[in-house]
Design a protein around this ligand. Structure first.
Ligand code: PLP
Length: 426
């Protein structure tokens, strides 16, 4: 499909281009295996000499069509779906890192990613240094070591809704010879396309706005194709040196700009197998078809609610980048001129206990371990998603003890405000 199509059209049309007599709607290829006529035909697929489907753990046509749609939306060269956002971030790191390597990450990231980088990857011998994303370039650069392999951050951090200065991060990453990996879950490519600002690889928890209806956990990795792995060949042997598990094939030489995603698919998925079911990919595709309609509504509702909360006497503080008073307002206008996302956070006068009591009194605005879907919901990160973090880690992650994360849905905004109001009154 032509790359010139606009995001709204890509949401609806990209990824699946049926030919004569084929289904108009992306079919669910609910099949583990694919048939061949000769043993030789199949052998070529196992040697990566030809492309084609043979086993859904490696590739499936439904999953690939949805990955292609997300690649088109982000402006990347290739993408791969994963079974969750966690898997997308994990696979991205281990596609280029091994024991003895090091990464640098913003500290104000989703709690699950923080645990992955600080605890689980450490057990695999990959160390992470967390930095303050608002520090200056010189300060952040001090965290880099000769064995550093990537820089990581979230476009909009969860739950602190801080905006990453993507151009600054790209400059730091490239000056240190590593790719910039951005988790673009919250703005989605409808509101921000980090490749246009210098990011090299994008990850998503598609569980959030992309699916949009809270039906399927999923993730995606998109490669811009811009990072020159060969220029740092000794740093990235997994991509630039022969892979013994494919008879000595070298990904960068065999696949050029497709090297990163081909390796992730043919090596990591083969060995680790975190694939989404084709049925989940189908549901994700339905969600993507309306992403461009839902995102503006999330942003519009969240802006009205943030302003309402800011003017409410019972509210101690509100954090939403759309507010003029917000520390990140200018960065938000630069990177996301059409709006950021529907997530905001705030605290009540009376602190942690009052915040928890307020949440218990809400009616249709429900307490769920979720964020960024059509229904408005709330969460208290210090008690829930970030519960494993120490007080020091909570502060580093930008999570105040009284922080209520409100994920504003696409209902009528007056109904949401009335629900918040009655809970505050109680
Ligand atoms: N990245 C961000 C920004 C998230 O908010 C989340 C989950 O909340 C994840 C990654 C992990 O995604 P998943 O829950 O799909 O594994």
């Amino acid at each position: 499909m032509s790359k010139k199509l606009r995001p709204e059209t890509l949401c609806v049309q990209a990824g699946w281009n049926p030919k004569k007599g084929e289904p108009r709607v992306l079919p669910i290829y609910q099949s583990t295996t694919f048939k061949y006529e000769t043993s030789e035909q199949m052998a070529k697929l196992f040697d990566l000499e030809e492309s084609g489907y043979f086993y859904t753990r490696l590739q499936n046509p439904t999953n690939d069509a949805v990955a292609a749609k997300i690649a088109a939306l982000e402006g990347g060269v290739a993408a791969m779906l994963t079974s969750s956002g966690q898997a997308a971030n994990f696979f991205t790191v281990i596609n280029i890192c091994q024991a003895g390597d090091h990464i640098v990450s913003a500290s104000t990231i989703y709690g699950g990613t923080y645990n992955l980088l600080s605890v689980t990857l450490k057990k695999l011998g990959i160390d992470c240094t967390f930095i303050d994303q608002d520090a200056d370039e010189e300060e952040i650069s001090k965290a880099f070591r000769p064995n550093t392999k990537l820089l990581f951050g979230e476009t909009i951090s969860n739950p602190g809704v801080m905006i990453l200065d993507i151009e600054k991060f790209a400059r730091i990453a490239h000056a240190n010879g590593v790719p910039l990996v951005i988790d673009n879950t919250f703005p989605t490519p409808i509101n921000c396309r980090p490749f246009e600002w210098g990011a090299d690889i994008i990850t998503h928890s598609t569980t959030k706005y992309m699916d949009g209806h809270a039906t399927s956990v999923g993730g995606c990795i998109v490669d811009s194709g811009n990072f020159d792995w060969e220029a740092q060949a000794d740093k990235y042997p997994g991509l630039c040196e022969p892979d013994p598990s494919y008879h000595g094939l070298t990904y960068t030489q065999a696949f050029g700009k497709g090297a990163f995603i081909t390796k992730a698919t043919s090596q990591l998925m083969r060995d680790l197998g975190a694939i989404p079911s084709p049925h989940n990919a189908f549901l994700l595709n339905i969600g993507l078809e309306t992403l461009h309609l839902r995102m503006p509504q999330h942003c519009k509702n969240a802006q009205i609610i943030a302003e309402w909360l800011e003017n409410n006497d019972q509210v101690a503080w509100v954090n939403y980048p759309g507010l003029k008073s917000n520390k990140y307002h200018e960065l938000a206008k630069k990177y996301m001129p059409n709006g950021t996302c529907g997530v905001l956070c705030f605290g009540l006068k009376g602190g942690r206990e009052e915040s928890i009591r307020f949440m218990d009194k809400l009616d249709f605005v429900s307490i769920v371990t979720h964020v960024a879907d059509a229904r408005t919901c709330v969460l208290h990160p210090a008690s829930h998603t970030h519960r494993q973090l120490s007080d020091k880690q909570l502060i580093e992650a930008g999570v105040a003890p009284d922080l209520i994360r409100l994920s504003v849905g696409i209902e009528n905004v007056d109904d949401i405000i009335e629900d918040l109001k009655q809970a505050l009154e109680k």
